[in-house]
Design a protein around this ligand. Structure first.
Ligand SMILES: Cc1ncc(COP(=O)(O)O)c(C=O)c1O
Length: 357
């Protein structure tokens, strides 16, 4: 009965995540640090006054304000929209720019895999510009692709997942400036680990929209909370494709509680950055292993042709990392999320063991 659905869906599959389930999950860039019990208790205390029988909640405007305060840079509640993770924001941004069958988005590659998944889901085509070997890219080539009248969205993931690198601000600014008639999306999901943001430049660039997530720095992957930041007019237009009550009061209450504890999470982010940089140096010292510099909460590395065996070895030792080698620029690369010191030390031990160091 496929014919009951859109014909282009025939070639697609529902989104799934195929990663090995092991005791030490270091494969999905989540924080392995569950919010402290005290924060959960604050959430539960707040829930005592929350009316789940109602659609509307006084929490909503409070959350809007607290989120704008957290973002800073003069951002106001009308500059923000939120939903079920950054993914939900991406999906709805794609939906809101899909003009017709010819419309397409442009992204670099390799980058976040689900740009294609969600573009496919809403019927927006997507074209890719391949990154150079050092993960840099050519501005002219990107603009050539994005300047096509049917290009409705230019996507830039900064820092980039899964390569981990951060692009020069000047280069991204040049792209935003050169495409005043296109929406330019900068995905800042890993912003807290890079401390680089365009939030302070939204006033100068009416075509710019940012997306961010509570799944990484705020230990909230299961919470499903992400947000978009842009001009009030862009946010107003984006919200036209939202459903009316698209975000659960439970998520809003928890997100608000997280925002009341930002210093706790900032301290965890600093720990993760320190851990990442230490592990980077350790991996770099292993003969035959190449590790890429990272501005995120993960490291991407390879030991060449023996990588599949290392992947299996780590699984056998109870560690799940992500195979990100599908794109030729990351051939034989694995990606490991770093946030838990114990898991990370164990990972390092097992990599060294495998490499005979
Ligand atoms: C670049 C990038 N964007 C968006 C997301 C989705 O984040 P969320 O969990 O908030 O939906 C991820 C998740 O890994 C990501 O890596």
């Amino acid at each position: 009965m496929d014919r009951l659905f859109r014909t282009d869906l025939k070639a697609l599959e529902p989104p799934t995540v195929t990663v090995p389930i092991r005791e030490r999950m270091m494969c999905l860039n989540e924080s392995c640090l569950d919010p402290y019990q005290a924060i959960k208790d604050q959430f539960l205390a707040r829930m005592k006054d929350v009316r789940l029988n109602r659609y509307l909640s006084p929490l909503t405007p409070e959350l809007n304000q607290k989120l704008a305060d957290y973002i800073g840079c003069g951002v106001k509640p009308e500059n923000v929209a939120w939903g079920n993770g950054a993914d939900d924001m991406l999906y709805h941004i794609f939906l809101s720019v899909r003009e017709n069958e010819e419309a397409f988005a442009v992204s670099l590659a390799p980058s976040y895999f689900d740009y294609k998944t969600f573009c496919d889901a809403v019927g927006l085509k997507i074209k890719f510009l391949e990154l150079n070997e050092d993960f840099s890219f050519d501005t002219r080539a990107y603009l050539d692709l994005a300047s096509d009248p049917n290009c409705k969205l230019a996507i830039l993931c900064n820092p980039n997942n899964p390569s981990g690198n951060l692009y020069e601000k000047e280069q991204l600014r040049e792209i935003v400036d050169a495409l005043p008639q296109k929406l330019v999306l900068i995905d800042e999901t890993y912003y807290e680990f890079s401390d680089s943001t365009f939030a302070g430049e939204l006033g100068e660039h009416p075509n710019l929209i940012l997306t961010r997530s509570f799944s990484k720095a705020f230990s909230g992957a299961g919470l499903r909370f992400g947000y978009a930041i842009s001009s009030a007019n862009n946010i107003y237009n984006l919200k036209k494709v939202f459903t009316t009550f698209h975000s659960s009061i439970l998520s809003q209450a928890f997100a608000l509680t997280i925002l009341e504890n930002v210093p706790v999470f900032c301290a965890l982010v600093l720990d993760t950055i320190k851990l990442r940089d230490e592990v980077y140096q350790e991996l770099k010292a292993i003969p035959g292993l190449t590790v890429h510099p990272s501005h995120t909460n993960f490291l991407t590395f390879t030991i060449g042709d023996r990588t599949p065996q290392l992947f299996q070895y780590l699984q056998d030792k109870g560690i799940s990392v992500r195979d990100v080698g599908a794109h030729r620029r990351l051939k034989n690369c694995l990606r490991a999320t770093l946030s838990c010191a114990d898991d990370t030390a164990y990972l390092l031990e097992k990599i060294k063991e495998f490499c005979g160091v």
